[in-house]
Design a protein around this ligand. Structure first.
Ligand code: PAF
Length: 273
């Protein structure tokens, strides 16, 4: 496995590759969720490139950029074990220049849910992925469904800029107790972990109600709220796969999304119905 830190070296190495590239963008602190993306890329492509870059432009000033979990040696170990071809770990100065043109996420996606709570977040995601996609030119790029709205933003980015990249959404990986894996789970102490389980439990409740024939989203939402108490709920939302709000569950075309704060840690989770 090549560990590359400079854009110049990455360009040189990529020019030697003859075949399809699968790309797994990450912010490091790799866990089983990332591992599942890398494994999928390995089965579908000739080469797999993983990036580890905590992207400053997608964090709001009051967010956790400075304390975002980092574990470079473990990230390298995991990628080596998985036989990743190139691990790209650039410094911020390699990636961002002064006086750059800016890319903004489309308003219909950027101003709702995660975008409403974290204004500007998806602009930063578009900025970094536009750079990485142009640099790496992957055939396929892999994203976890936990960041469902991010997938919609990225699909829009690829379409808008006529990029020939297939976006592959991958299933959410959970702990045995249901907690969706996230690098930010490392902020939680044991007691907070129990509270964090309320997110997946509320979604499970929603799934059970739907299995029993319930389609009224307001009714499902109020049951979910009861489970989520006393957490600070940022949103419980019911959308179709285009992220338009719905009032009745549509089987095969519904995403239920939840965001809540446990202690000082903001967590998100969702299920696709
Ligand atoms: O999902 C993430 O970890 C980040 O948003 C991504 C896609 C690596 C871009 O920085």
């Amino acid at each position: 496995m090549l560990i590359i830190r400079s854009v110049c070296e990455l360009k040189k190495e990529l020019s030697n590759l003859k075949g399809e590239i699968g790309f797994v963008p990450t912010m490091g602190a790799l866990h089983n969720g990332h591992i599942s993306l890398i494994e999928k890329s390995k089965t579908q492509n000739d080469y797999t490139v993983v990036s580890v870059f905590v992207n400053p432009t997608q964090f709001l000033p009051n967010e956790d950029f400075d304390k975002y979990p980092k574990n470079e040696s473990n990230d390298i170990k995991i990628c080596k074990n998985l036989e990743v071809d190139i691990l790209f770990m650039p410094d911020k100065n390699e990636i961002y220049l002064e006086n750059e043109p800016k890319i903004l996420a489309p308003k219909n996606l950027a101003n709702i849910l995660e975008g409403a709570v974290r204004p500007g977040h998806f602009d930063g995601v578009c900025m970094i992925l536009n750079k990485f996609f142009n640099l790496i030119k992957p055939k396929r790029a892999y994203f976890g469904k936990k960041d469902a709205q991010q997938i919609a933003v990225v699909e829009n980015l690829v379409k808008t800029f006529f990029m020939n990249i297939e976006i592959i959404p991958c299933e959410i990986i959970r702990e045995a107790d249901g907690l969706a894996l996230s690098s930010r789970n490392s902020y939680l102490d044991e007691e907070q972990k129990l509270y964090a389980l309320k997110l997946s439990r509320s979604l499970l409740k929603a799934q059970n109600l739907i299995n029993q024939g319930q389609v009224d989203t307001q009714m499902i939402k109020s049951e979910m709220k009861t489970i989520l108490e006393p957490l600070k709920i940022d949103y419980i939302a019911f959308t179709n796969k285009n992220f338009q709000e719905i009032s009745k569950i549509e089987i095969n075309n519904t995403i239920i999304l939840v965001a809540a704060v446990v202690g000082t840690t903001r967590l998100i989770d969702n299920i696709w119905i």
